[in-house]
Design a protein around this ligand. Structure first.
Ligand SMILES: Nc1nc2c(c(=O)[nH]1)N[C@H]1C(S)=C(S)[C@@H](COP(=O)(O)OP(=O)(O)OC[C@H]3O[C@@H](n4cnc5c(=O)[nH]c(N)nc54)[C@H](O)[C@@H]3O)O[C@H]1N2
Ligand SMILES: Nc1nc2c(c(=O)[nH]1)N[C@H]1C(S)=C(S)[C@@H](COP(=O)(O)OP(=O)(O)OC[C@H]3O[C@@H](n4cnc5c(=O)[nH]c(N)nc54)[C@H](O)[C@@H]3O)O[C@H]1N2
Ligand code: SF4
Ligand SMILES: [Mo]
Length: 683
């Protein structure tokens, strides 16, 4: 018997925990702790623990598939890649702007780098985006405006040094469990945890102060907390004076939000707003954590800027135990953004609209004619496909047929394409609609790097062979590029690609193999090989041109869709501990799927009683986009007037109900956290 322990990084959330995959005679049989890994010190959540289970599933994609007469037929790599290369060549020659590309936060930096380089240098468009658009796009856009850099300011470990941990719109216990461990470490030392969420989540249940409030009213709540802080003279005058601009406008604006006024908007009793404000402001070190409850709104970017206002007002930036911390979701969503899988930037957030940077990248890549026209975003791409303006699409490692808003519209858009390529590890709901399906290695079969939410760049290591003829994502994309006549994709390994990445990405320049091999790896920015990396941002100055943080005076705006007589409830959507997004992996993991095997709608006990709905009874939930049938979960853990559906389950897909019409003007985020809905008992 041959046993191998292969240290790697978890494929699920952005915490970036490390563990050993255990390979016995060529098969993965489990995971073992990697105690020296500083992120999680040997601890794991259930998804990490059972992450190996989907790898050897019999329904993994093992060979390329080509659709002929409506049916998939197995094909050789040569047939499939020649078909993709010739179709994409034909379409790009007509008009490269009619093609769109979805990259993947599940894939490595090397996969994403190769993908966007292909789109830019071979196709000649910037129509490349990925799920960050539906996730922390507003964090990137918002924090760039207030702090000059759109990433988490502090490390995970930093949170353990807080006196107050304020969670707003993050159910950290279920969604970032090993970050939650840091919050608990702080609590064990006497810190207070505050949670603002419309649901009494498992995180809220362990909080010292729970602030239940109405979805979509975050700005009013935060403004009101600032109103109290200024009225009580608890602002950090020195920090405001020396490190920020725009304070006077902010001060004037928040005067309009005394707690009694904010109570009318948010539903939070005025005294509770006061208590929350004082608790946060009086802490020596307060860290603020947020996630999708803040970003998934048409005012997502403004919500994010409001969180920065609160932190700057109280001087909670630049030290351990402080910071504004958007908890990035996917294992490598930070990296996919860093690598330029975004329609507005080359690797390292270098703008495609900046002529100097276009010239620099043209030189670095040795190509010609890079487009400086920003491309379309995820939801815009679907709208354009629906309208017939996008005619071809290549999707690597995303499943928009479950994860994008308004699935009926997405289905129509994808069916409207002349050509769709999907590269995945399973035949997902999206892959079913493809003309060509390309089988990729999963994370356990790959070498490369992931960048976690704390900007830590870590190795993943090949622990087992991929099934059948599956291949590395970067190798598939490179092969297509080469077949289309490019000679810029002669990569032989992930390591070779990383060397190119660091040569064009300033934040990664100082990272080499020897340094990344260490368990602690490196946090970007790491501009040269002597630089130690940067776990905490903005310690001395912000990343804005003048080094000052920018207060933004932001007024409350109501969500795009509000309850009315026909649709009297607010529907909000989100996640569960045991499942991951579209379920492609966790629903194929026996242990995880056993825990929760289908969806439900959470409804408050009193609302349910009025509608005559009993626990576990089937109900119909309806919005202006569509309807689903789903079992009810009657509970006091959600405020009245709001219902919640996890979006993991195809058979009762929350995104049949959500809308992609109204978007955040800065980040193009749809309002996934607020729709007007009706709910009725099924006869
Ligand atoms: N188990 C598991 N973990 C995951 C994921 C997963 O699918 N499963 N996905 C990962 C990804 S990609 C992401 S982005 C993160 C997301 O992590 P989270 O953002 O923590 O997860 P969500 O469930 O989407 O939403 C968080 C909370 O926002 C609350 N909320 C709803 N509306 C509002 C509002 O208007 N304001 C505020 N303040 N709160 C509101 C919801 O009740 C919910 O408790 O999780 C990551 N981790
Ligand atoms: N209603 C509602 N909708 C939401 C959200 C919400 O809160 N509410 N959240 C949004 C957010 S924050 C996010 S991040 C998105 C997530 O949306 P998606 O990214 O579409 O969701 P995933 O299920 O993670 O899809 C990843 C796909 O990659 C495949 N895959 C995994 N590993 C690999 C690999 O190594 N190579 C390749 N080629 N493929 C691989 C998986 O099989 C899966 O099909 O959903 C968004 N949609
Ligand atoms: S907390 Fe996140 S990274 Fe850590 S084991 Fe769980 S899913 Fe994986
Ligand atoms: Mo996400």
């Amino acid at each position: 018997m041959e046993i191998q322990y292969v240290p790697t990084t978890c494929p699920y959330c952005g915490c970036g925990c490390g563990f050993n995959l255990v390979n016995v005679d060529g098969k993965l049989v489990g995971v073992e702790p990697w105690k020296r890994n500083p992120v999680n010190e040997g601890k794991l959540c259930p998804k990490g623990n059972f992450s190996y289970e989907f790898v050897h599933r019999e329904d993994r994609l093992t060979t390329p598939l080509i659709k002929k007469g409506g049916e998939f037929v197995e094909a050789t790599w040569d047939e499939a890649l020649d078909l993709v290369a010739s179709k994409l060549t034909e379409m790009k020659e007509k008009n490269p702007e009619q093609l769109a590309f979805l990259s993947s936060a599940r894939c490595t930096n090397e996969d994403n780098y190769t993908f966007q380089k292909f789109v830019r240098t071979v196709i000649g468009t910037n129509n490349v985006d990925h799920c960050a658009r539906l996730c922390h796009g507003p964090s990137v856009a918002g924090l760039a405006q207030t702090f000059g850099s759109g990433a988490m300011t502090n490390s995970l470990e930093s949170c353990a040094h807080s006196d107050v941990v304020f969670l707003i719109g993050t159910n950290t216990l279920e969604q970032h469990p090993l970050m939650w461990r840091r919050a608990l470490q702080a609590k064990a030392k006497g810190a207070k945890i505050m949670v603002a969420d419309p649901r009494f989540t498992p995180s809220a249940k362990q909080a010292d102060l729970y602030i239940p409030f109405k979805s979509g009213t975050d700005v009013a709540l935060l403004n009101s907390m600032m109103n109290v802080i200024i009225a009580e003279g608890l602002e950090d005058k020195e920090f405001v004076e020396n490190r920020t601009t725009g304070y006077e406008e902010l001060k004037e604006m928040v005067k309009k939000y005394p707690p009694e006024e904010a109570e009318k908007i948010t539903g939070v009793p005025a005294d509770l707003i006061r208590e929350a404000a004082l608790m946060y402001a009086k802490a020596d070190n307060a860290s603020l954590l947020f996630s999708m409850g803040i970003t998934q709104h048409t005012v997502g970017t403004e919500n994010v800027m409001s969180t920065s206002n609160l932190a700057m007002l109280t001087g909670n930036i630049g030290r351990p135990g402080t910071g504004v911390n958007p908890l990035r979701g996917q294992n490598n969503v930070q990296g996919a953004c860093d690598m330029g899988a975004l329609p507005v930037s080359f690797p390292g957030y270098q703008a495609v609209a900046n002529e100097e940077l276009v010239e620099k990248m043209t030189c670095s890549w040795g190509c010609s004619d890079l487009s400086c026209k920003p491309g379309l975003t995820v939801v815009e791409i679907m709208h354009a496909a629906h309208a017939g303006d996008i005619k071809g699409m290549y999707i690597m490692g995303e499943n928009p047929m479950i994860s994008d808003p308004d699935l009926q519209h997405v289905g129509e858009a994808l069916n409207n394409l002349d050509f769709l390529v999907v590269q995945d590890i399973f035949l997902t709901e999206t892959a079913e609609l493809a003309d060509v399906v390309l089988p990729a290695y999963s994370w356990a079969e790959k070498d490369g790097t992931f960048t976690s939410t704390e900007r830590r760049v870590q190795y993943i290591r090949k622990a087992v062979e991929g099934p059948g003829e599956s291949r590395d994502d970067w190798a598939i994309t490179s092969d297509i590029a080469t077949r289309m006549g490019s000679d810029l994709f002669k990569f032989n390994s992930a390591q070779e690609i990383f060397e190119e990445i660091r040569s064009v990405t300033p934040q990664y320049a100082g990272m080499n193999k020897e340094r990344l091999e260490k368990p602690e790896a490196l946090h970007w920015p790491c501009p040269d090989e002597e630089h130690p990396g940067t776990p905490i941002l903005h310690a001395e100055k912000f990343s804005t041109p003048d080094g000052l943080g920018v207060f933004k005076a932001i007024e409350f705006k109501a969500p795009a869709e509000n309850p009315d007589e026909e649709y009297p409830f607010i529907l909000t959507t989100g996640r569960l501990l045991f499942h991951w997004h579209t379920g492609s992996m966790t629903r194929r993991s026996e242990t995880l799927n056993r825990e929760v095997s289908t969806g439900f709608v959470e409804i408050n006990t009193e609302d349910a009683a009025k509608l005559g709905i009993k626990n576990k009874e089937m109900v119909k939930v309806k919005t202006r986009r569509g309807e689903i049938e789903v079992p009810a979960k009657v509970t006091n853990d959600i405020i009245q007037g709001t219902v919640f559906i996890p979006f993991h389950f195809a058979e009762c897909a929350a995104n049949m109900l959500t809308s992609g019409d109204a978007l955040d003007p800065y980040a193009k985020m749809p309002e996934l956290k607020v729709s007007a809905a009706s709910i009725e008992k099924l006869e």
